[in-house]
Ligand binder design. Structure first.
Ligand code: SF4
Ligand code: SF4
Length: 478
C-alpha cells in the first residue's frame, strides 16, 4: 500500500501539520520567545488579579458558608455566595445554557479572548510555569540550545530543581482545586489531621497534583490544540466579521527582508513593491502554539496577543506604524469597514437575552426552603391494636438560607389523624438538606373508603411554606 505524503511546500501546507507534532508523529517541543509589550503587561495584570481570585475565593465566607463551592459529593453548590441544592438543578441547566450562549456570542464577536486572557490553562502556563522556565533556562532560543547541549551535573541539578518547583506549584493548584470541591475547612482537616484519617482525600490531592504537573510541565499547548473542545468549536463560531488577532495582509504583503534601496534606483528603475512585513518571523517565535498568524486565523491560535507585541516592537524599530498584527476582522482588513453587527450576531443576542431573562426570572422566584414528603419506600400500612392505620413517611427539607429554619408539620386534610415525628427534626440548620421520618396514624372510620389522598402543610413560625399531597395506604395491611 502506498502512503500519500501531504505536500509540505505549498502556501497552504501549514494546514497539513500541527506545530507541536513533528513529521514522524513525535512531539515537537516548542520554545516560544518571552513576549514583552503593552499587551503582555496588561495580560500579566489580569492574570495576577485572577490568581488572587482563584487562590483567595476558597477562603472567603459569606454568612459562614463558602463564597464558591462545587461540592458534587454532598450535592451542595455555592456561586458567589448564593447557595444551590439539587432541587435548583433547572437553574443550573439554565445557567449553563446562558453561559454557553454568552460564549457563542462573545466568540462570534471577539474570537477567543477567553483563551488568551482568562482561561486558567493559559494563565497558569504562560504566567507561572513558563516564567519559571525563562528564569531557569533563559529565553526560547537559549532553552533550545540548553536542552540540546550534553547533560552535565550542573544542568541535571537545574532540571531537577525546575521540575521540583513545577510539582510544588501543581500541588498548590491541586489543593486550591480541591478546596472548590470540598471546601477549605475540609481541606484544612485533610492537611492537619493524621494522614490515616483522610486516605481518600490525600489520594485525590496526589492524583490532581500529578495531573496538573503533567499538563503544565509536559502536555502544555497540546491541551489547547488537541484536547480543548472550545478550540474545536471556534471554527464554527468565528466568521469574516469576528474581531480576532489578525495579520493585516493588505498592508504587510508582499513581505520581504528589509533592504536599503538607493533613492537613485527608485527614481530610475521599477523597484518591486514591498509591504510592511519584513519577514523577521518574530511573531512566529513568540507564539506559544507555534503557528504563523500571517497564514490567517487558525484553530491553534489562543489569541494571546504575543505576536501583536512582537510585531509592534519590530514596527517601532523600522519606523512603521504599529498594528500590522492587531485585533481586527477580515472584512475590516479587506474593506476598511467593520460589519460585526451581522444577522447571526443579532440572532445570538436575541436568544441570549431570552435565556438570560428566563434564568433571572426563575432565579429571583426560587424558594429558599424546599420541602418534599414521600411515603417511606418499601413500607406497608400497619394496623394498630386500637384499630388505627399507620403509614410511614419521609420528610426532606432543604434550607438554603444563612440561618436555621424552625419547621412544623401539620395534617391539613383529612382533619382527623395524628402525626408523630421520629426523633427531633426542627430546626433545619442553615444551608442544609435535612431528612426525617414520621408516622401518620388515621382512625379506622376515616380509612373505610380504601387508599386515600392526604394533604400536609409545612409551616415555619406560623407561615405556610408548602402544601404537599400524597397517598395514605390502607389496603396493604400486615
Ligand atoms: S513580526 Fe511583523 S514584520 Fe515580523 S514577520 Fe511577523 S508580521 Fe512580519
Ligand atoms: S498567533 Fe499570536 S495570538 Fe495566536 S497564539 Fe500565536 S502568538 Fe498568540
Amino acid at each position: 500500500m502506498s502512503v500519500v505524503q501531504a505536500p509540505t511546500n505549498t502556501p497552504d501546507s501549514f494546514r497539513n501539520k500541527v506545530s507541536s507534532i513533528g513529521e514522524e508523529g513525535a512531539r515537537n517541543w516548542l520554545y516560544p520567545k518571552k513576549p514583552s509589550g503593552k499587551f503582555y503587561k496588561a495580560r500579566t495584570i489580569v492574570s495576577w488579579l485572577l490568581f488572587v481570585f482563584l487562590f483567595g475565593a476558597p477562603f472567603i465566607k459569606v454568612d459562614g458558608h463558602p463564597f464558591m463551592l462545587f461540592n458534587i459529593i454532598e450535592r451542595k453548590f455555592v456561586f458567589f455566595g448564593l447557595v444551590f441544592f439539587p432541587q435548583d438543578f433547572y437553574l443550573v441547566v439554565l445557567g449553563i445554557l446562558t453561559a454557553l450562549i454568552s460564549i457563542f456570542l462573545f466568540t462570534a464577536v471577539f474570537g477567543r479572548i477567553w483563551c488568551g486572557w482568562l482561561c486558567p490553562q493559559t494563565i497558569f502556563l504562560e504566567m507561572l510555569f513558563r516564567k519559571i522556565e525563562y528564569l531557569f533556562e533563559g529565553d526560547g532560543r537559549q532553552q533550545r540550545q540548553y536542552n540540546e547541549a550534553p547533560m552535565t551535573p550542573g544542568k541535571a541539578i537545574k532540571k531537577v530543581l525546575k521540575q521540583a518547583i513545577f510539582f510544588v506549584l501543581s500541588f498548590f493548584i491541586a489543593n486550591m482545586f480541591l478546596s472548590y470541591i470540598i471546601g477549605i475547612d475540609e481541606l484544612k482537616k485533610i492537611v492537619t489531621d493524621p494522614p490515616s484519617q483522610h486516605l481518600v482525600g490525600l489520594f485525590a490531592i496526589l492524583v490532581f497534583s500529578f495531573l496538573f504537573y503533567g499538563v503544565f510541565a509536559w502536555f502544555r499547548e497540546q491541551a489547547c490544540i488537541i484536547v480543548c473542545p472550545y478550540g474545536r468549536y471556534q471554527s464554527a463560531l468565528v466568521d469574516v466579521n469576528t474581531i480576532a488577532v489578525s495579520y493585516d495582509f493588505k498592508r504587510g504583503e508582499p513581505r520581504g527582508k528589509l533592504v536599503k534601496i538607493d533613492p537613485k534606483r527608485i527614481a530610475t528603475e521599477a523597484v518591486p513593491a514591498r509591504g510592511d512585513c519584513v519577514d523577521c518571523k518574530q511573531c512566529v517565535e513568540v507564539c506559544p502554539t507555534g503557528i504563523d498568524i500571517r497564514n490567517g486565523i487558525q484553530l491553534e491560535c489562543v489569541n494571546c496577543t504575543a505576536c501583536i507585541d512582537a510585531c509592534n516592537s519590530v514596527m517601532d524599530k523600522i519606523k512603521k506604524p504599529r498594528g500590522l498584527i492587531r485585533y481586527t476582522s477580515l472584512t475590516t482588513i479587506k474593506d476598511g469597514k467593520s460589519h460585526w453587527l451581522s444577522p447571526r450576531i443579532l440572532g445570538y443576542t436575541g436568544v441570549w437575552l431570552l435565556i438570560t431573562c428566563l434564568f433571572l426570572f426563575f432565579f429571583i422566584r426560587r424558594p429558599m426552603t424546599e420541602v418534599l414528603i414521600l411515603r417511606q419506600p418499601g413500607s406497608l400500612a400497619q394496623k394498630q391494636a386500637n384499630g388505627e392505620i399507620l403509614n410511614f413517611y419521609l420528610l426532606q427539607v432543604a434550607n438554603k438560607q444563612a440561618h436555621d429554619v424552625p419547621v412544623e408539620l401539620k395534617l391539613i386534610s383529612p382533619q382527623k389523624g395524628q402525626i408523630t415525628m421520629v426523633g427531633e427534626f426542627s430546626p433545619v440548620p442553615r444551608i442544609t438538606e435535612k431528612t426525617g421520618r414520621f408516622f401518620l396514624a388515621m382512625p379506622k372510620e376515616e380509612t373505610s373508603g380504601g387508599d386515600m389522598n392526604v394533604k400536609f402543610g409545612i409551616y415555619s413560625q406560623g407561615k405556610l411554606l408548602k402544601e404537599i399531597e400524597t397517598k395514605f395506604l390502607t389496603t396493604t395491611l400486615n
